[in-house]
Design a binder for this molecule. Structure first.
Ligand code: KG4
Ligand code: ZN
Length: 343
């Protein structure tokens, strides 16, 4: 049987990434050019700078990905590209490059939702067993996604305000830590104690939604109140208290949904999946839950990359999803199931 080869492109935020994936589960190349250094001094991603970097980097990243995988355009079955959500100018660079290549080489084009990509990063670790639940924690999203089969996504809970990564980055900025702040808080938390009593937003009973803006404000208030009293709170204790509150809510809701929906597998997805505290707590808790397999991707597949887009694209392509040359960047794209399209 002929192998399936998918070329993935990801430019939704501050990583320019191209990858070649074989049969949806084998990475032949996964090249990521990070722009973090350029955005660091502004304390966050500057959209115009992101777009300019994507333009400058994309061709080089392409060439490297094709060379490393040792494939040529004739070998590629489909081009999968992140169509949204993300920064519109950044997404446009990837989408237009994908369209140009698809047109020039006569290769089918498949638009992929960024979060579907984060979820499918787990398929490089383990084959999916359904029903499964994915805890998606990134800079833009916090969601519990139920999947009953490949390419089918049901969001059973999501954040009502800040995404968890966003809360990490804002608290980090208050603590004057560099961008992106998540890894710095994670590192500090391990040397501190959860001395602050911070809120946990459980919301209405039975809800799988999240809310992190109250927690973020509570941290900022605690720091301001302390400084008005002429005191300084130990940053490692602030980090540990914040991280404890976040992990408590994320893990408790994930366990509850796991039981309610009788899922066989739990996947962790998104940039915040790199968090050591979250990984350790999920591992501890799921060790005691029989017949549920916990899957956590390696750090390199948690943060934005194109292998995950190719992996999701592989299933979308198999399901018959095709995008036309009218494919556009969609910054507010909703996560919907993959369907056969009529193009
Ligand atoms: O998925 P991602 O790379 O980009 C989006 O799709 O949003 O996630 C980036 C987010 C940032 O907010 C970053 O601070 C956070 O992931 N992050 C972490 C850690 N590593 C990255 N947050 C907490 N702990 C970490 N170790
Ligand atoms: Zn992401």
């Amino acid at each position: 049987m002929k192998h399936q080869i998918i070329l993935g492109i990801e430019t939704s935020c501050d990583e320019t990434a191209v990858s070649i994936v074989k049969n949806g589960q084998e990475i032949l190349s996964n090249v990521v050019a990070s722009q973090i250094e350029s955005h660091k001094r502004f304390g966050g991603v500057v959209p115009e700078i992101a777009s300019r970097h994507h333009v400058e980097q994309l061709t080089l990243v392409f060439e490297e990905a094709l060379k490393e995988a040792n494939v040529s355009y004739e070998d590629i079955d489909a081009i999968a590209v992140t169509e949204g959500p993300g920064l519109v100018g950044a997404l446009l660079i990837g989408v237009n490059a994908a369209k140009a290549l698809a047109f020039a080489h006569g290769i089918p084009l498949v638009g992929v939702h960024h979060i579907a990509g984060h979820i499918y990063a787990n398929r490089f670790m383990k084959e999916f067993t359904f029903p499964l639940l994915s805890l998606v924690v990134s800079g833009g999203h916090t969601e519990l996604v139920l999947m009953k089969e490949h390419g089918s996504f049901e969001v059973i809970g999501e954040t009502r305000d800040d995404a968890v990564g966003e809360a990490y980055d804002k608290v980090a900025r208050t603590l004057e830590l560099p961008y992106p702040g998540g890894p710095h808080i994670d590192r500090l938390a391990h040397s501190g104690q959860p001395t602050l009593n911070l809120p946990r937003a459980w919301l209405e009973p039975g809800s799988y939604d999240f809310s992190f803006s109250g927690l973020k404000s509570a941290v900022i208030n605690a720091l301001h109140n302390a400084s008005q009293r002429g005191e300084v709170l130990a940053p490692e204790n602030v980090a540990a208290s914040f991280q404890d509150s976040v992990i408590d809510v994320l893990v408790t809701k994930t366990v509850k949904a796991t039981k309610e929906y009788g899922v066989k597998q739990v996947l962790l997805a998104g940039g915040v999946a790199a968090n050591k505290g979250l990984r350790a707590e999920l591992e501890r808790v799921f060790q005691e839950i029989p017949n549920v397999e916990l899957v956590i991707p390696p750090l390199s597949l948690c943060t934005d990359n194109a292998a995950m887009i190719a992996a999701a694209g592989s299933i979308a392509y198999e399901k018959g999803k095709r995008s036309g040359f009218d494919l556009n960047a969609n910054p507010g794209l909703e996560l919907t199931s993959f369907n056969k399209s009529s193009i």
